[in-house]
Design a protein around this ligand. Structure first.
Ligand code: NDP
Length: 607
């Protein structure tokens, strides 16, 4: 018997009660309202720390074939797939100073992707690039984003350091007017929105947060001018500094071991411990990953998606902790459906979950030498309640004399920030630097944020229309009343942990829609009947996981403890099946999507 099993509550009922009590320690009445945006009022805030002040340029009033909003992997892949369909003028508009999206903004020390690089990096077959590590550092991923953009000549028409401020459909010309914060008002026959899902950094609304007189910043705007060093470490600027870190999610788990090496002292302010599983990063060769034939990366990626979507596969090519725990992640997936007797299934699931969580709690005990610290680092919730993390350096960092773990669960997080430090309970921790690894607002970017109004036919605003009747789409991409507008994202389609794969399938689909519209001289606009039919598909097998998330410890998966609503928010059978469905639909019918155009499009004179 392991020590953890010995100290674990006795039996499923006792474990459930322990989970409930731990949840109660963390749920707050203000839920998601506890957070605020980062903005220019807060600490070190550079609009773009990497590009500096953007160079001046004349506003554009020209016309392009496709405007793509966002230059992360979604926008890049949309551009690449449009190029493959022969589309010439693709203009990607991006807030940052270059391509990369999340990998442009996040450059904190230790940044890596914890999805295997050979499935995460898209277009490996097309670019001939083979990553050399199982898990890539952020800079390699950012450079790959730029490589794909170069290969498909996406720099030619791109606009950087530019934010789209509105999209408006013009019935007479059959084009969209794309307005930006640089005074542009250019036209585009089609618009693809690829604005990301976790891109707006958020801060806890801790009383006094603005009073702190030391240095402070959010991990997605790392201030290397203050810390010194690079994403590989060497932060000599911290050698004499007392550093506080708020947040122990996927970012905190990567940052904290790096800070531990370089700072005089690190205080880790933890509210909920993450699960931290084995990472086992290692160099890989082309032979290891089977990169010896055309299509190797596509096959590997499909195999991975199959397994993490809960489908069966003959072999597990990636064989990492995501694929090994795939059955436990079912609760995260819309594809989760109970089979057979509900009670039997639940009992089996609960036992498997308890075994996994015991294994993870044992890992803490076996690594962290101070028993009190080890106890605080143990996660007490079901595996799928929070995003799993992976590190072989996180727990050992707590054995260092210069690292202190401060548990803030009983006070629902840090209570107060003062001019000189952080208050938790009776103790004030004096700090020179306070770093927020507190994540991102969920679902508030791009056209769903309200900051980027989209006016369709007759001036109707997309969000106003949806507020009245609920979101309506065909396959999540297109909506009636908003012709030639294609949305990439997670609404009413399907998602998975390997998000670049999801984006690539969406990009293929978007490009196919544009190609079909061009071939037919038609508009891309689903009929109301096609939207109704899609909503019916989503509703038919909508997952019943509300209860599960309502019992989970709070976090962004369950709206900070409120639970995740049941209902038709995503395709219920998972991403793998969704991709199959889209492929079939494209090959067989493309039913309900093309509508006769008005013949006024400047790209189709006379049609
Ligand atoms: P998260 O939202 O996952 O974590 C935020 C952290 O801040 C949590 O630990 C949270 O605690 C803590 N926190 C918030 N408010 C307070 C407070 N008042 N007092 C104390 N602690 C507080 O953000 P991350 O940046 O870590 O990750 C965001 C997402 O980005 C991930 O879920 C993942 O999808 C992605 N990511 C992916 C990586 C990859 O390798 N692929 C790497 C890094 C990020 P609590 O849990 O109690 O709310």
């Amino acid at each position: 018997m392991t020590t953890s099993q010995a100290s674990a509550p006795d039996g499923p009922a006792a474990l459930r009660e322990r989970y409930r009590l731990e949840r109660e320690r963390r749920v707050r009445p203000d839920g998601a309202r506890q957070y605020r945006d980062t903005d220019a009022e807060f600490g070190y805030y550079a609009a773009d720390p990497y590009a500096g002040e953007p160079a001046g340029r004349e506003p554009l009033h020209d016309i392009v074939d496709v405007a793509v909003v966002g230059g992360g992997f979604g926008g890049i892949l949309a551009g690449a797939r449009l190029r493959q369909q022969g589309v010439e003028r693709v203009r990607i508009v991006e807030k940052g100073g270059d391509f990369g999206g999340t990998w442009y903004w996040n450059r904190y020390p230790g940044i890596h992707c914890d999805i295997e690089s050979h499935v995460y990096l898209p277009m490996l077959d097309e670019t001939g690039y083979v990553p050399e590590w199982k898990y890539s550092p952020g800079e390699e991923i950012r450079r790959h984003a730029m490589r794909v953009a170069r290969k498909f000549t996406l720099y030619t028409d791109a606009l950087f350091s530019t934010a789209v401020t509105s999209l408006a459909w013009d019935e007479a010309s059959g084009t969209w007017t794309v307005s930006t914060d640089r005074g542009d008002a250019f036209r585009a026959t089609y618009v693809v929105t690829a604005t990301g899902t976790l891109s707006e950094p958020k801060l806890p609304g801790i009383p006094g947060i603005e009073d702190f007189r030391g240095h402070t910043f959010h991990t997605s705007r790392w201030d290397y001018a203050y810390t010194g060093g690079t994403p590989d470490g060497g932060m000599t600027g911290l050698a004499r500094k007392r550093v506080g870190v708020v947040g122990t999610g996927a970012t905190g788990v990567q940052v904290i071991p790096m800070l531990a090496e370089d700072a005089r002292h690190v205080h880790v302010f933890q509210r909920t411990p993450s699960t931290v599983d084995v990472r086992a990063n290692r160099p890989t060769t082309a032979r290891d990953v089977g990169a010896d034939h055309d299509g190797w990366a596509r096959e590997r990626r499909e195999n991975y998606l199959r397994i993490v979507s809960g489908e069966t596969a003959e072999r597990d090519l990636v064989a990492d902790r995501w694929t090994m725990s795939a059955h436990l992640l079912e609760k995260l997936l819309p594809s989760f459906r109970r089979q057979g007797d509900r009670k039997v299934f639940e009992a089996a699931y609960e036992a498997a979950d308890a075994a996994k969580m015991n294994e993870l709690r044992t890992r803490v005990e076996q690594t962290v030498t101070d028993p009190d610290t080890a106890e605080k680092l143990k996660p007490w919730y079901r595996y799928a309640c929070k995003r799993p993390t992976f590190s072989d350096r996180y727990y050992p960092a707590f054995n260092r004399a210069n690292v202190t773990l401060v548990d803030t669960a009983d006070t629902h997080g840090i209570e107060r920030v003062t001019e000189h430090g952080v208050v938790v309970g009776d103790t004030t921790y004096e700090l020179d630097c306070l770093i927020f690894a507190t994540g991102f607002s969920v679902g508030t970017s791009g056209i769903h944020s309200g900051k980027l109004p989209v006016h369709g036919r007759g001036g109707a605003q997309l969000l106003h229309t949806w507020a009245r009747q609920g979101p309506r789409t065909l396959h999540g991409f297109t909506s009636n009343g908003f012709p030639n507008l294609i949305q990439m994202g997670t609404l009413q389609n399907a998602s998975s942990v390997n998000f670049t794969h999801i984006l690539d399938e969406q990009a293929v689909h978007a490009a196919a829609l544009v190609a079909a519209a061009e071939a037919e001289g038609a508009l891309i606009e689903p009929s109301r009947a096609a939207e109704d039919a899609w909503l019916a598909v989503l509703a038919e097998d909508a997952p019943d996981h509300e209860w599960f998330h309502a019992e989970c410890t709070p976090g962004y998966y369950n709206r900070e403890g409120r639970g995740r609503p049941n209902g038709p928010i995503a395709y219920p059978h998972g991403a793998y099946a969704f991709h199959e469905l889209l492929r079939r639909w494209r090959e067989e019918s493309m039913a309900g999507i093309l509508r006769a155009g008005n013949g006024n499009s400047p790209r189709r004179p006379g049609r």
